[in-house]
Design a protein around this ligand. Structure first.
Ligand SMILES: *Cc1c(COP(=O)(O)O)cnc(C)c1O
Length: 380
């Protein structure tokens, strides 16, 4: 089915196709070519990041972070259940035990007041997910991590160009991960990045990313042959994709400004419904600078959400919900989790609805979605 207003639409904003052609003409379309280096430098400069390495996806960057933490079977990792599967898979692949913690009802981020009680002698890491590009309480999370000697891996897949107390998300923990999947703010189809913020990890990160070899050092003339020096995998994206991404990153300000307008238009148009208690709008705490990754509404209950999705679908508008909480998924149940263990996650995951949101979404379309939602509530 095609929709009058789809949920997401990938976009080209500037020189994406020219740069891809340049990469081909330049003779290197595999990884770590000119455009990969330019993307990494731009991100390092723009976000004051220590080291940025492009990866094939945010999933890959999370896997690299799990390898860099040196996790062993039985080590525990604290993470939200209300997240994308990659946040969990990366650590489960290392044999870690996943300790799901509940979220805050206002931001849907990890509830920092529940973390300390989840820490045991086996805990090695906390993985805050910056949901919708709104930061977790990183001061509180970093303080708990410091006290117990834990790694912090920020899943900032949705948080590229967003801030916490003025610092860019992804630069606040030991490691940060970004996504450039076509559903995110800055895109190249499939892509991501790993940020290493602590001294002493840059070289190991490079090796893990290059199939466990010291090939990067070889290219820099630091060793005279390259060889297998650790376990690793193929996490390097093709330079043709970096070329596409570079054109997007050059336009970061323009993209975020456009998304801000879309977000604010939704917010203003839906405010009257929120004032009447028919739905709840997203909350952005004072310390958080959002990147306007998504616009969602929280409805009264599952039945209302199901009916609203159907109503909007009938008007050619696609809205979506996520996530099936990981702890109530088949894999989560195998791990021993049960319904009722994370009440805020279970409640909100049934009530949240994401509205169409993409760079090319026109103001008229935003207003049309909002007025259809109003009509649904008999307030049109
Ligand atoms: C999109 C997303 C990912 C995965 O990103 P990919 O680049 O598709 O691997 C991981 N975590 C969160 C929270 C996401 O939203």
């Amino acid at each position: 089915m095609t929709y009058r207003i789809p949920f997401n639409k990938p976009f080209v904003i500037g020189r994406e196709l020219d740069y891809m052609a340049e990469a081909v003409a330049g003779g290197q379309i595999s990884g770590d070519g000119r455009f990969s280096k330019q993307c990494q430098k731009l991100l390092e400069d723009q976000f004051s990041a220590n080291q940025v390495l492009l990866t094939t996806s945010c999933t890959a960057a999370l896997e690299m972070a799990a390898l860099l933490c040196g996790l062993e079977a039985g080590d525990e990792v604290i993470l939200p259940s209300y997240t994308f599967v990659s946040t969990a898979n990366a650590f489960a692949l290392r044999g870690a035990r996943l300790v799901f913690a509940d979220i805050r009802p206002d931001t849907l981020n990890l509830d920092e007041t529940l973390l300390e009680q989840a820490v045991t002698g086996r805990t090695r890491a906390i993985v805050p997910v910056h949901y919708a590009g709104v930061a977790c309480d990183m001061d509180a999370i970093n303080a708990i991590a410091k006290k117990h000697g834990l790694y912090v891996i920020e899943d900032a897949a949705q948080g590229v160009d967003a801030t916490y107390k003025g610092a860019y998300l992804g630069t606040l923990g030991d490691f940060g991960t970004y996504s450039f999947h076509e559903t995110k703010n800055f895109i190249c189809g499939e892509g991501g990045a790993l940020i290493t913020n602590r001294d002493g990890f840059a070289e190991r990160a490079e090796i893990i990313r290059e199939k466990g070899t010291n090939r990067s050092q070889f290219f820099r003339g630091q060793v005279d042959k390259y060889t297998w020096v650790s376990i690793g995998s193929s996490y390097i994206p093709a330079d043709i994709l970096a070329a596409f991404l570079y054109a997007q990153l050059e336009n970061m300000e323009k993209i975020t400004a456009r998304r801000k307008r879309i977000y604010e238009t939704y917010e203003a148009a839906l405010r009257p419904l929120a004032d009447r208690g028919l739905l709840t709008l997203p909350t952005i705490p004072a310390d958080c600078g959002t990147n306007y990754h998504m616009f969602y509404v929280i409805l009264a209950d599952l039945a209302t959400r199901t009916a609203l999705i159907k109503h909007l679908k009938g008007k050619g508008i696609l809205t979506v919900f996520h996530y099936v909480p990981l702890h109530t998924s088949p894999v989560g149940r195998d791990m021993g989790y049960r319904d009722g263990m994370l009440p805020v996650t279970e409640n909100l995951s049934e009530r949240l609805l994401r509205l169409p949101f993409y760079y090319g979404l026109e103001e008229d379309d935003v207003l049309s979605v909002a007025s259809e939602i109003s009509a649904f509530f008999g307030a049109g």
